[in-house]
Write a protein that binds this ligand. Structure first.
Ligand code: DGY
Length: 313
C-alpha cells in the first residue's frame, strides 16, 4: 500500500506515525508551512487523513482533497471533522471508541479526588519545603457525594460505575432518558446541577452541547459545587467559569480540556481550587497503543475493501 497517500494533520503517538510511514506515502502537514504548496503538489495522491481530537478535517480540507476516501481519527471525539460533508461526499470516518473508556473514566475520578482532596495543592506545599508541623488544610470528602453526569454514553456509564464504588449517588442529564438505567434522570442541565455536588461533563461536543456549562448552570451548582470536565473545552463557557471561580460562586473545577487548547486562561493559574491537566484523558501507553492499532486497522480494512473496525460514517 506504499503508494497510497495519507495526510497526517496532528502529532500522534510516535509508534503510529512510524507505522503509517512504513505502510503508506505519508505527508505530515507541519512539513508544509504553506498549506497551499502541499495541496497543489500532493492533493491528488492523498486518499486518507489521520487526525486527533484537536486537528481533524474541516470542510476546506475535505474540498481540497479530491481523492479523499477516509478520515481516521486518533480519538473518540470527532468534533473537528465535518461529518456532514463526509457523509455527503461518501467519505468514511472512523474513531477510537471503547479502548479509551476506562482511561477517561479513571481520569475523571482522579481529577475529582485531586480537586476535592486538594492533592496537587498539598504536593506543591510539601515541595515548597515550608511544611510546618500541624499546618494543613481541611479538604472535602468524595465518598457518598451526589455525582451528576452530563452524557450517559460509554464514558459516562464507566464514570458512574466508578463513583458507585465510592458510595456516591448518581444522577444524569442526557437528551433522552435511558430506559435501562436506574440512575435519577433530570431533563435539564440546570436541574441536574441544582441537585448534585459534583458535576461531570462526559458528552460529545455538538452544536447543542457547546457551552452547555453556562452562567445559569454554574450558579445552580453553587459555591459548594465542583465541576469536572473531561469532555471538550467548548462545553464550558470559560469566561463565565473564570469569573465564577474568582467570585467564589463555584467551589472548584477540575479541567482536562480547554476552549482554545493549548491556551489556558491565565487567571486560572493563581487559583488553588482548580486542577488543570493538558488533555490527557486517554494518555496511557496501553490505551494510546490500542488507539493507534485501531487507526491502522481501520485504514488497512478500508484499503483492502474489508469492513471497517469502528465505522462512524
Ligand atoms: C478523545 O479521544 O476524544 C479524547 O479527548 C482524547 O483524550
Amino acid at each position: 500500500m506504499g503508494t497510497i497517500g495519507v495526510l497526517l494533520v496532528a502529532r500522534v503517538l510516535p509508534y503510529l506515525e512510524q507505522e503509517l510511514d512504513k505502510r503508506y506515502k505519508l505527508f505530515r502537514i507541519w512539513d508544509y508551512p504553506q498549506k497551499a504548496q502541499l495541496l497543489t503538489q500532493h492533493a491528488a495522491a492523498i486518499r486518507a487523513v489521520v487526525g486527533n481530537s484537536n486537528d481533524g478535517a474541516d470542510a476546506d480540507l475535505i474540498d481540497a482533497l479530491p481523492k479523499l476516501e477516509i478520515v481516521s481519527s486518533f480519538s473518540v471525539g470527532v468534533d473537528k471533522i465535518d461529518l456532514e460533508k463526509c457523509r455527503a461526499k461518501g467519505i468514511r470516518v472512523t474513531n477510537t471508541p471503547d479502548v479509551l473508556t476506562d482511561e477517561v473514566a479513571d481520569l475523571a475520578i482522579g481529577l475529582t479526588l485531586a480537586l476535592l482532596r486538594r492533592i496537587c495543592e498539598c504536593d506543591r506545599y510539601v515541595r515548597s519545603g515550608n511544611w510546618k508541623k500541624g499546618d494543613y488544610k481541611l479538604t472535602t470528602k468524595f465518598s457518598g457525594k451526589t455525582v451528576g453526569i452530563i452524557g450517559l454514553g460509554r464514558i459516562g456509564q464507566a464514570i458512574a460505575k466508578r463513583a458507585e464504588g465510592f458510595n456516591c449517588s448518581i444522577c444524569y442529564y442526557s437528551r433522552t432518558e435511558k430506559r435501562d438505567s436506574n440512575y435519577k434522570y433530570y431533563p435539564s442541565v440546570v436541574e441536574l446541577a441544582s441537585n448534585c455536588e459534583i458535576l461531570i461533563v462526559a458528552c460529545p461536543l455538538t452544536d447543542e452541547t457547546h457551552h452547555i456549562i453556562n452562567r445559569e448552570v454554574i450558579n445552580a451548582l453553587g459555591p459548594k459545587g465542583f465541576l469536572i470536565n473531561i469532555g471538550r473545552g467548548k462545553h464550558v463557557d470559560e469566561a463565565e467559569l473564570v469569573s465564577a471561580l474568582q467570585e467564589g460562586r463555584l467551589g472548584g473545577a477540575g479541567l482536562d480540556v480547554f476552549e482554545d487548547e493549548p491556551v489556558v486562561p491565565e487567571e486560572l493559574f493563581g487559583l488553588e481550587n482548580v486542577v488543570l491537566l493538558p488533555h490527557v484523558g486517554s494518555a496511557t501507553v496501553e490505551t494510546r497503543t490500542d488507539m493507534a492499532d485501531l487507526v491502522l486497522g481501520n485504514l488497512e480494512a478500508h484499503f483492502l475493501g474489508k469492513p471497517l473496525l469502528t465505522p462512524l460514517v
